[in-house]
Design a protein around this ligand. Structure first.
Ligand code: NDP
Length: 333
């Protein structure tokens, strides 16, 4: 069993020397367990946080263990009554060729005939799709006449957030890195306006947000933090809701903080954190909704697949230099 193993806690951007490819014998199955051959792993920004010694909403990945990731795969052998060999499953596993499932709720069967490709369970009908779905449909619920601003807008979560908000009639503005991603926001994802954040300070970004959101911003869907968040705070509408979904600009460095918190008072606004795991009991509803929208072509989504476990680190680093073009997925088999 080839595994992408954590051997040192990264300082800043993860490096080669923080990991090792280890080779271990296949685990023997106990009663109630099954062996999963992992076909694809989801490479998520959240993984970076799980490598920190302190952990966050999940315990840290232990040194010497394979790096945690959501995977999809096929049951190879089973000693579990409800998981038969040949069944496709998704679950929170590790970046390794084989994982052991226990049917404890972390591993779920998936119906690959319901989606164009099994990888959809790591993208549009997976955690990122559900993050967008419940973030828009439950947490924010934007309506016609309201404005939603999303950062990290060309990414896996952001591109879906923008499309779902457009479907509800909102005015949608995205922030992304570079002209190409900004063009994609407008022409592929149907955003009303796009702002390139690269090389701009809070003042410049704030001016561009103001021009794209003349009535102010009712909903900020924050994936990035730093200057993007500070500029958004300067453009809030009265009673705005700022949802912190992620702060990727801080994941490899010190917290940047938000300097314009005073605007929450001025605009009687609310800022809150949001974690997709809050919606665990409603996952089936979200999967069905996103699979249907994707199947109908009502939302479009992009996947960026890198091949082979040896590319685990390069794939992860693409999330931080912005060179991923859609949901970052690592093909394992
Ligand atoms: P993406 O597909 O959006 O990939 C990451 C993107 O982030 C990059 O392409 C890059 O885009 C942008 N980025 C990276 N570093 C910086 C930086 N320093 N400043 C500005 N932008 C940066 O990833 P996901 O869609 O999977 O995740 C997006 C966010 O959602 C993350 O913050 C993640 O942690 C969060 N998340 C939260 C969940 C929750 O339950 N709360 C669940 C899933 C994700 P660009 O080229 O535009 O710079």
């Amino acid at each position: 069993n080839r595994r992408f193993t954590l051997v040192a806690r990264p300082q800043g951007l993860p490096r080669d020397s923080d990991f090792a490819m280890t080779q271990e014998p296949l685990p023997a199955l106990a009663e109630g367990e099954f062996l999963i051959r992992n076909y694809y792993a989801s490479i998520d920004p959240a993984i970076r946080g799980w490598l920190e010694p302190a952990g966050n909403y999940m315990p840290p990945v232990p040194l010497g263990d394979a790096v945690r990731a959501s995977t999809i795969g096929v049951v190879e052998q089973s000693r579990h009554p409800h998981f038969a060999a040949g069944q496709w499953v998704m679950g929170l596993n590790k970046i390794e060729h084989f994982s052991v499932g226990r049917g404890d709720g972390f591993t779920q069967p998936i119906d690959v005939s319901a989606v164009p490709s099994p990888t959809a369970y790591l993208s549009v009908a997976g955690a990122v799709g559900l993050t967008a779905w419940f973030g828009v449909e439950d947490v924010m619920q934007p309506a016609a006449g309201q404005t939603l601003l999303v950062s990290g807008a060309a990414g896996a979560v952001g591109s879906l957030v923008g499309q779902l908000a457009k479907r509800r009639g909102a005015h949608v503005v995205g922030i992304a890195g570079g002209a190409e991603k900004c063009a994609r926001l407008i022409h592929r994802y149907g955003f009303d306006a796009a702002i390139d954040y690269r090389g701009k300070d809070v003042t410049a970004l704030s001016a561009e947000i103001g021009a794209a959101c003349p009535e102010g911003v009712d909903f900020v869907y924050e994936n990035v933090g730093g200057a993007c968040l500070d500029a958004a705070l300067l453009n809030l509408a009265q009673g705005a809701l700022v949802v912190i979904c992620g702060l990727i600009s801080e994941y490899n460095g010190p917290p940047q903080g938000a300097r314009n918190i005073w605007q929450l008072l001025v605009k009687t606004a609310t800022m809150r954190g949001y974690l997709i795991s809050q919606y665990l009991d409603r996952f089936p509803e979200g999967v069905a909704a996103m699979a249907r929208l994707a199947g109908e072509g009502a939302v479009v989504y992009d996947e960026h697949v890198e091949d082979g476990i040896d590319n685990a680190l390069p794939a992860m680093l693409r999330l931080f230099d912005g060179s991923n073009q859609g949901k970052m997925i690592l093909k394992l088999a």
